[in-house]
Write a protein that binds this ligand. Structure first.
Ligand SMILES: [Zn+2]
Length: 181
């Protein structure tokens, strides 16, 4: 079984912007590319798990999400880094049509982590969730993973809402370095 690192996207890998979907608005958090490259080199399986309720809310489409992910993958490739698997939740309870589900994948529920574990044979007890929101930390804990909160994105505000047992790091690169020591 594999050890994985689950990464939140907005506010963790890239600078938080409300309902980001356009390539021109995408900006990596400083050090994020290096962090992902270090995870790749360490042989850890890197999985993005991101809530994208903008789809349910009608702000953008699943195709937009997938286009942006292709762009991120291409940018990472230039720097010799890669994401092994991408999961996103397009749902929201107050969303439109078929997206208005009480789903099991929207964080803080652990559905995306559990699905990734099933598909890719990941040992959740030997895996870590890194994100900037308490929903990320809760999803990680529910899945049986270690969790690290980063202070980028909403993390600096969220720090007071999480338990004192949760590890906090300044950003993704420092979170990854703390994992790899
Ligand atoms: Zn969902």
């Amino acid at each position: 079984m594999k050890s994985a690192v689950f990464l939140d996207r907005d506010g963790t890998i890239n600078i938080e912007k409300d309902y980001l979907f356009q390539i021109k608005d995408f900006e990596f958090v400083d050090g994020a590319v290096e962090a992902i490259r270090l995870l790749n080199r360490a042989g850890l399986f890197v999985v993005v798990v991101t809530n994208q309720s903008g789809v349910a809310r009608g702000y953008y489409t699943e195709e937009d999400v997938e286009n942006l992910h292709r762009h991120i993958a291409a940018e990472l490739k230039v720097s010799g880094a890669h994401i092994d698997a991408w999961f996103y939740c397009p749902h929201h309870h107050s969303g439109r049509g078929s997206y208005a589900l009480p789903c099991k994948c929207r964080k803080p529920l652990p559905g995306m982590l559990l699905e990734a574990a099933r598909v890719y044979d990941i040992d959740l007890q030997k895996s870590t969730m890194i994100g900037d929101k308490s929903a990320d930390i809760e999803a990680g804990i529910s899945a049986g993973c270690r969790s690290i909160l980063v202070r980028t994105g909403y993390g600096a505000e969220e720090e007071k809402n999480i338990g004192s047992e949760t590890v906090v790091a300044d950003d993704l690169l420092s979170a990854v370095k703390s994992l790899l020591v």
